[in-house]
Design a protein around this ligand. Structure first.
Ligand code: P1T
Length: 385
C-alpha cells in the first residue's frame, strides 16, 4: 500500500511500511521467522537481507511504520525500551557529559548511573521545567541531552523546543523519550529533537503482551551510527514481537483517543475527591506546565498520578482493594494498571532523589486503560474508600 507523509495518522498507522506479500497477497506482513537468508552467490543478497540480527523484513516493516508515525526518515527497532536507550548512550565516549532529565523511568536512571557512569560518562540531573537550571547544567563536554516528557512518574512537562534550542547552542544532540505520548500525541523531531525513543512495550504495543523499543531519527549519519550499534550489540527484537507491534500500531490512534478521554474524566473526578490530596495530569488547568502541554501535545495521555491523603497505609489499602485496575508495573495497555512508584517502578532511584522529586509513600500512579470509564471511576472510589 502506498502511503506518503501527507496522509493522516490513521492511514499511516495502518499502511506505512507494509505492502501485501508479493508471493501470496497476504494483507498482513508475514512473520519472516528465519535467522538467515540464502545468497545467490557469495555476497549477492536479496535486498538488504543476509542475517536477521542485521535486518529482517518483518522488522524492516515495523521500523518504516514507526518512522512514518514519528515523521522521521529512519526507524530502528530494539529488544526493549532500555535497549533502545542504551544504544543512544553508546553514541558517547568516556569523558562525555549528559544533561539528564531528573524525573525519568527508574530503569533509565539506572542505566545512566549504574552502567554508563562506570564507563566514564558524566551525568548532571536537572529539573528541565526550569530552563535557567537546565542552561546552567551544560558543560563544554556536554554531548547528549536526554528528555522524557511527560516524565515518569511525576508527569512534568518539558518544553521540547526550548530545551533542544539550548542543546543546539551547546553543540549537543537531544533525545526525547516519547513513550508516555506515543507518536499520536507528540512528535519530538518536529519540535527540534534529534532522536526519539519509545518503549514499544507501552502504548505502541498496547496489549501488555510484548517487550520492545524503537528509535526514530532524520539525520542519515545518526541513523548510520545507531544502526551500526544495533547490529554490533545485537539487542534486536524477535520477529514475532515485530509482528505484534505492527499489528498494534494499526489501532494506536483509536486506543489513544480512549486512553486520553478516560484519563481526563478520572483526573477531574479525583480532583474533587475528599481523600485525594492532589491530582497530577497535564490536561488539568491546575497542572504547572499545562500551557506547555497544550502547545506540544495533541491531547494529554493516559497517565494520571495522585497523592492520597495519608501515607503508606492509605496507598497500600487502595492498591490492595482495586478490582478492575490491576496492581502491576508497566503502562499503556488496554487494561488499567495501578502501582506504587516508590516501592515498584522507581525503587532503583536513590531515596534522596526520590524525596527531592516528590516520589513519596502516598504517591500512586495510574495507567488508565480503555475499559468503560464509569466502571473505572467506581473501582477507584471503592478502593479509596
Ligand atoms: O521496559 P522497557 O520496554 O525496557 O522500557 C523502558 C522504559 C523506557 N521509557 C519509559 C518512559 C518507560 O516508562 C519505560 C518502562 N517503564 C515501566 C516499566 C514503568 O512501569 O514505568
Amino acid at each position: 500500500m502506498h502511503t506518503n507523509p501527507s496522509h493522516g495518522f490513521g492511514t499511516r498507522a495502518i499502511h506505512a511500511g507494509q505492502t501485501p506479500d508479493p508471493s501470496t497477497g497476504a494483507i498482513c506482513t508475514p512473520i519472516y521467522q528465519t535467522s538467515t537468508f540464502v545468497q545467490k552467490s557469495p555476497g549477492v543478497i536479496v535486498e538488504e537481507y543476509d542475517y536477521s540480527r542485521a535486518a529482517n523484513p518483518t522488522r524492516t516493516a515495523l521500523e518504516a511504520n514507526i518512522a512514518s508515525l514519528e515523521g522521521a526518515e529512519h526507524g530502528l527497532a530494539f529488544s526493549s525500551g532500555v535497549a533502545a536507550t542504551g544504544a543512544v548512550i553508546h553514541l558517547l565516549s568516556a569523558g562525555d557529559h549528559v544533561v539528564l532529565c531528573d524525573d525519568v523511568y527508574g530503569g533509565t536512571n539506572r542505566i545512566f548511573h549504574r552502567v554508563f557512569a562506570q564507563l566514564g560518562i558524566e551525568i548532571t540531573l536537572v529539573d528541565m521545567t526550569d530552563l535557567e537550571a537546565t542552561k546552567a547544567a551544560f558543560q563544554p563536554n556536554t554531548k547528549l541531552v536526554w528528555i522524557e516528557t511527560p516524565t515518569n512518574p511525576m508527569l512534568k512537562i518539558v518544553d521540547i523546543p526550548a530545551v533542544t534550542r539550548l542543546a543546539r547552542e551547546h553543540g549537543a544532540i537531544t533525545a526525547v523519550d516519547n513513550t508516555f505520548c506515543s507518536p499520536y500525541l507528540q512528535n519530538p523531531l518536529s519540535l527540534g529533537a534529534d532522536i526519539v525513543c519509545h518503549s514499544t512495550t507501552k502504548y505502541i504495543g498496547g496489549h501488555s503482551d510484548a517487550i520492545g523499543g524503537v528509535l526514530a531519527m532524520n539525520d542519515p549519519n545518526l541513523h548510520k551510527r545507531l544502526k551500526f550499534i544495533q547490529l554490533s550489540e545485537g539487542a534486536v527484537p524477535g520477529i514475532q514481537e515485530c509482528f505484534l507491534f505492527l499489528r498494534s500500531t494499526k489501532t494506536l490512534h483509536v486506543r489513544m483517543d480512549r486512553h486520553c478521554d478516560n484519563a481526563m474524566r478520572i483526573a477531574k473526578h479525583l480532583e474533587q475527591h475528599p481523600k485525594v490530596e492532589r491530582v497530577i495530569y497535564p490536561g488539568l488547568e491546575s497542572h504547572p506546565q499545562h500551557a506547555v502541554a497544550r502547545k506540544q501535545m495533541r491531547a494529554f495521555g493516559g497517565m494520571v498520578t495522585i497523592y492520597l491523603k495519608g501515607g503508606l497505609a492509605e496507598s497500600r489499602a487502595m492498591l490492595e482493594k482495586v478490582k478492575i485496575f490491576a496492581l502491576a508495573e508497566s503502562l499503556g495497555g488496554v487494561e488499567s494498571l495501578i502501582e506504587h512508584p516508590a516501592i515498584m517502578t522507581h525503587a532503583s532511584v536513590p531515596a534522596d532523589q526520590r524525596a527531592k522529586l516528590g516520589i513519596a509513600d502516598n504517591l500512586v500512579r495510574l495507567s488508565v486503560g480503555i475499559e468503560d470509564c464509569n466502571d473505572l471511576i467506581a473501582d477507584l472510589d471503592q478502593a479509596i474508600g
